[in-house]
Design a protein around this ligand. Structure first.
Ligand code: ADP
Ligand code: MG
Length: 258
């Protein structure tokens, strides 16, 4: 039921034409003396899904944050459709690159509907009635039309994450970034959110997914990138990375998590 969740029928998503949509080029970033990113490279094909795996503290979240410019890298570049985004206005960029966080980051004092309307007004600058209609349509697509007037705190974690995903999708981004979107969820709620993400991937959204869900990475990813200590140590098709890992550190990591 791809289209019910993602609106694939309603929108033009990227065609998989073999070209690179998002390219991370030799990104370096240090927090003081802590060199967190030490030359990261990553290519995400148009309409493709890249899963980023790796131990805690290896720089995965920091990488996502440099991609949508919540943090500025010290060196390197991020290209979207072949053009550097590092000179762009960060707000304009956040319209093109959506992000979903582990902790949902919804506004607790606003209704579910208002949470989606707000960025449509502020970032897409839609008039109120149009923003509300679009927010309701997007909520319906993630199966939460009945929760429009609820506060986030009245929803389950899985429902809150669906709202966060709907909020990001409503902006019609070219690329979606997911940072451990299911790590804060109770186990029985994980499957629904992963299913929504898999539907979105199948519908042709270009995505970078940081995840500990190896089953998801294996089934959904076009590319799996293994990060360790601030670099992508190994990247490739899921079958190569999971079944024929070359680097000893990747082998050790997989032995621990699989
Ligand atoms: P991961 O997501 O792979 O667990 P992170 O990107 O969160 O890793 O963190 C990588 C390293 O960067 C860690 O050593 C962490 O302490 C450090 N770090 C992350 N964000 C900041 C920050 N804002 N200020 C200082 N150090 C940070
Ligand atoms: Mg992280």
């Amino acid at each position: 039921d791809t289209n019910t969740h993602t609106g694939g029928a309603e929108r033009e998503l990227a065609r998989r034409d073999g070209s690179v949509s998002l390219a991370v080029r030799d990104i370096h970033l240090a927090f003081g003396s802590n060199r967190v990113l030490r030359g990261v490279n990553l290519d995400v094909p148009r309409g493709g899904t890249a899963c980023v795996i790796g131990p805690s503290g290896s720089g995965k979240s920091t990488l996502l944050r440099t991609i949508n410019r919540l943090i500025e890298p010290d060196r390197g570049d991020v290209l979207l459709d072949g053009r550097s985004v590092l000179g762009d206005d960060p707000d304009a960029l956040r319209r093109r690159i959506g992000m979903v966080f582990q902790q949902f980051n919804l506004f607790p004092h606003l209704s579910v509907l208002r949470n989606i309307v707000l960025p449509l007004r502020k970032i897409r600058r839609l008039p109120p009635d149009e923003a509300e209609a679009l927010a309701r349509a997007q909520l319906e697509l993630v199966g939460l039309a009945g929760k429009a007037d609820a506060r986030p705190g009245q929803l389950s974690g899985g429902q809150q994450q669906r709202v966060a995903i709907a909020r990001a999708l409503a902006l019609r981004p070219q690329v979606m970034l997911f940072d451990e979107a299911t790590s804060a969820l109770d186990p029985e709620l994980v499957k629904g959110v992963l299913g929504l993400m898999a539907d979105l991937s199948a519908a042709g959204m270009t995505m970078v997914v940081v995840t500990h869900e190896m089953g998801f990475a294996r089934q959904v990813a076009d590319t799996v990138a293994f990060m360790d200590r601030g670099v992508v140590l190994e990247a490739g098709a899921p079958t190569a990375v999971f079944e024929r890992p070359e680097h000893p550190r990747l082998r050790r990591f997989l032995a621990q998590v699989l």
